[in-house]
Design a protein around this ligand. Structure first.
Ligand code: AOF
Ligand code: ZN
Length: 327
């Protein structure tokens, strides 16, 4: 299952609106098939693993990071495919919250005589599936807020100079972070001032994230959609409402890259699930621009709280990740 979880991770950011699932087929202590959800969400992980295994799937054990699906989409359900292929045992990490599945996949397998054990490494599977779970259960995408700033939390000098605060290694890491999200979001001010590319570079041909710009003003001229750029969607109004709208359009994971005004609005609305900070060894002082704009926090108890989940050195900078305390 650990192997299946690692395979599943490959789909993050390029399988929306579907979850990123991994599947490993074992027979006689050998891996006979490995699969993960393909770009765009299809084929599903199990289909890929079964195709790889061919006849070797007969009598095999499947490790799947999500309950195999039970609904008829463009292709037959994975539960049925596993049964037909003669898989004799299925370990799944968690039940699929999609109302078309939600337990039916496990039941279908059991009724066909396949031994099913659900809940293996469930905590890790849920953490990996946070975007899909958020879309289905909360009706909004998972939101990661990334801030690259000086030691004292500043993102530009008073005159607006911001290139570069963090080093090349940290900036390359941001591209990997973008790659694992369905969409990359910035505020209108940042879009006009910095003209950020909001694309993924350095990973070969990939499914580019949707570019999201939060602004009521007309957008600046930005590169057209193509192999190097995702589509552009303009958003405005109440953050809770546009986040719900994004989920309705299938988006499961959003990475917001500022600026300070948008970051403050998202934090104030309690919409930020994860913070990713890149902190540089540079001090700019209170007259420089802050990474988060005014939030009018009256008491410390009203400030959104996060718990540290990872910290490490990247090049000459510090990368740190934090989860909202309710996540
Ligand atoms: C699986 N394996 O790899 C994935 C699953 O639109 P469809 O027909 O592709 O179905 C999407 C639903 O299938 C999705 O909402 C989720 O319930 C499940 N995703 N299931 O067995 C997979 N990605
Ligand atoms: Zn399926």
């Amino acid at each position: 299952m650990a192997h299946a979880l690692r395979l599943a991770r490959r789909g993050l950011g390029n399988v929306w609106p579907n979850p990123a699932v991994g599947c490993v087929l074992i027979r006689d202590a050998h891996v006979v098939g490995r699969g993960w959800t393909q770009p765009g969400g299809r084929p599903h992980a199990e289909r890929m693993a079964l195709d790889q295994a061919g006849e070797a799937s007969r009598g095999a054990t499947a490790y799947v990071t999500l309950e195999p699906c039970a609904h008829h989409g463009r292709t037959p359900p994975c539960a049925e495919a596993l049964i037909k292929a003669g898989v004799s045992r299925v370990f799944s990490a968690m039940t699929d919250p999609d109302p078309r599945v939600s337990g039916r996949g496990h039941t279908m397998l059991q009724e066909a005589g396949v031994a099913v054990q659900a809940g293996l490494r469930e905590r890790e599977a849920r953490a990996l599936q946070c975007g899909f779970l958020s879309r289905v259960n909360r009706g909004r995408p998972w939101l990661t807020l990334k801030l690259a700033a000086s030691f004292d939390g500043r993102i530009a000098t008073a005159s607006g100079e911001s290139q570069w605060i963090t080093g090349p290694r940290a900036r390359a890491h941001v591209h990997a972070l973008r790659l694992s999200h369905d969409a990359v979001m910035v505020g209108g001010g940042t879009a006009r001032a910095d003209r950020p590319s909001l694309n993924v570079r350095g990973f070969g041909p990939v499914r580019q994230p949707v570019r999201l710009i939060v602004s009521t003003q007309p957008l600046p001229d930005l590169p057209a959609e193509g192999p190097d750029y995702g589509p552009i969607w303009q958003l405005s109004g109440d953050p809770g409402a546009f986040m719900a709208d994004l989920a309705a359009r299938g988006v499961t994971r959003v990475l917001c890259e500022g600026g300070g005004v948008l970051a403050a609005a998202l934090l104030r609305a309690g919409l930020v699930d994860e913070l990713v900070g890149y902190t540089a060894g540079l001090v700019m002082g209170a007259d420089a621009r802050p990474s988060v704009g005014p939030m009018t926090v009256a008491a410390l108890a009203d400030a959104p709280r996060f718990r540290l989940i990872e910290s490490r050195r990247i090049g000459g900078d510090l990368m740190h990740r934090w989860r909202a305390t309710d996540q």
